[in-house]
Write a protein that binds this ligand. Sequence first.
Ligand SMILES: Cc1cc2nc3c(=O)[nH]c(=O)nc-3n(C[C@H](O)[C@H](O)[C@H](O)COP(=O)(O)OP(=O)(O)OC[C@H]3O[C@@H](n4cnc5c(N)ncnc54)[C@H](O)[C@@H]3O)c2cc1C
Length: 391
Amino acid sequence: MQERTVDVAIVGGGVMGLSLAYHLLALGLAESVAVFEQDPMHLHSSTGLSAGGVRDLFSTAVNIALAHYSIRFFEEFSARTATGAGAGPEINFRRSGYLFLMNQENEAAFLRRADFQERHGVSLERLDASEVRRRYPEIRTDDLTGAIFGRSDGFLDPYQVMQGLQQKAAALGALFIPERATAIHAADGRASRVDSANWRLTARRAVVDAAGAWGGEVARLAGVEVPVTPVVRQVYVCRAPQDVFQSYPFVGAPSGLYFHPEPGGQLLVGRAFADDAAAFSWDWDRDRFAELLWPELAQRVPLLERMRLAGGWAGLVENTPDLSGVIGEHPDLPGFYLITGFSGLGLMLAPGAGLALAEIIGHGRPESIDVTGLRLERFAEGSGTWEEKTM
Ligand SMILES: Cc1cc2nc3c(=O)[nH]c(=O)nc-3n(C[C@H](O)[C@H](O)[C@H](O)COP(=O)(O)OP(=O)(O)OC[C@H]3O[C@@H](n4cnc5c(N)ncnc54)[C@H](O)[C@@H]3O)c2cc1C
């Protein structure tokens, strides 16, 4: 059994845990940090299975602020994660934009949100249906009233983001433990120790739940509750009949169906359904594509009737009751901090979330981004920050 004492012990080495480790060490807010990760190849972690989408078209001020910091961070990624061995990895951030299609039913909500977003510094365009048709003639627009186009948005490589953050955090002294945390102990009413098969790690200042979809399970190791539900999300990779879609942005239809180009001439297609299973399952459901997605896709973009399904996968999103993340100290256990529950939006918010929690742990409060609205207490207080569903 190995024993060590560190300032901060983080359970979960996905993008949230890595961003936190990076910010704690890069900003000098902790001297020593350890990260437990049960799945170091990230075969099941949500970050490894994410689609790599990044946007600032959010409906709450806090998520817009987190996204703005995160987008700047991604722009500067290889410089920020440079080590003695050279520049950090290239994350291939492609600013193709996000296009949300509007019809009579959702238009009022989108336009109201667009006003709010512009007041918070989001760069967007309101397109009428004829402009959508002019720019994207392959999309059927006869039932549409227009679209909102997010100019700052795009796609990047989630694996390279994890690589860069982990390499930089390791260069700054982080200890990575490729094991499952099996127990979290408190001493004098404070979370203070994390155990795994071969480690006993004492944490002087903080134990952190950065376990994504496992956020509820890890909280239970510490004897407290966090309302995070794992929900299975299916995505499908298709070969389009023409290259025209390679210059397309992310396209979100009013129903929630979406598609976007992937490198190599492919399209990624998906949609969240109300009956998506709440389970720890990674079973890919090929039939769902033919039954539920293809008919609608072919109707929205007739050219895509001739596309071919090439593959796909399933991963977990980590939903909270109001579909926003949780950042802060657990009210029932001092010293136990949360950065989890980002409800399918975590990759794009991780740099900002890691900065905010690093400041809370280091200074006692978030100094750069006001994330008090994301405290766990909001659920008991009924002051949820409800992130409106755009897809
Ligand atoms: C199909 C799909 C598409 C997505 N697309 C996007 C997108 O386009 N843009 C976007 O922003 N987000 C997207 N998401 C959501 C995004 O992937 C997540 O919000 C984000 O990755 C969450 O990061 P995390 O670090 O909290 O969780 P994870 O990446 O899951 O990391 C948590 C880690 O904790 C580890 N862990 C759990 N319990 C323990 C334990 N006891 N001991 C040690 N380790 C433990 C797990 O192994 C895991 O690696 C998508 C998700 C899916 C499934």
